[in-house]
Unconditional design. Sequence first.
Length: 198
Amino acid sequence: MEKKICVYSASSCAVDDVFFETARELGREMARRGFKLIYGGGLVGLMGAVAKGVHEFGGTVIGVIPEALNLKGIVYDLADQLIVTKGMRERKAVMDELSDAFIALPGGFGTLEEILEIITLKQLRYHNKPIVIMNIEGYYDPLLAQFDRSIEKHFAKAECEKLYRIAYSVDEALSYIDNYEPVEIGTKWLTEVKEIKS
C-alpha cells in the first residue's frame, strides 16, 4: 500500500528561492518513490510548489482545505482529491488521520502550530508515526534551541528528541520515513505527582 505523507509548509510567496526549490524537490521525490501527498490544499507558496512537484512526476495530490479558503487563486484545483472541511481544526484532524508520516518544511505561524501539535500527539501516544522537521538554511534553529531549553529546564524529557527527526535534505527526510521503526518512549510525565506544599 502506498504511504501518504502529510507536508506542512508556508503559503507565503515572498520567501527565498531556496525554500521553493526544496519544496519542489520534495514533491518530485515523493512521487518518484511512490508516496502520496496529503497537504493543506493551497496553490500558493511552498504548499503549491510541493503539490506541483508531485504532479510533475505523476504522483497523487490530496488537498484538505477549510471552506473559507476554498477560493479560486488560493486552492490548488488540480488536486486529485480535494476534501473541504468546515474549519481549521477539522482540517488538521482529517490530515492527521489520512497520513502515515509528517514532514514540516519551513513555514509561518500555521506550520509551527501544526508541527507542535503532531509532536504533542505523538508524545501523548495518540499515534506513533514518523515526524520530520526539514531544517533548510537553518530556518528551524531557534525552534530547536527552544526544544533544548525545554529539556534543560525540565519542561520535557530528553527522550522527547526521539519524537521527531531533523533532516537537512529531501533524501534524508524520505529515507528516514522509508526505514522508520516506531519509537518507544516513557510516559509524558517527568515525575510522580507530588503533594503541593502550602
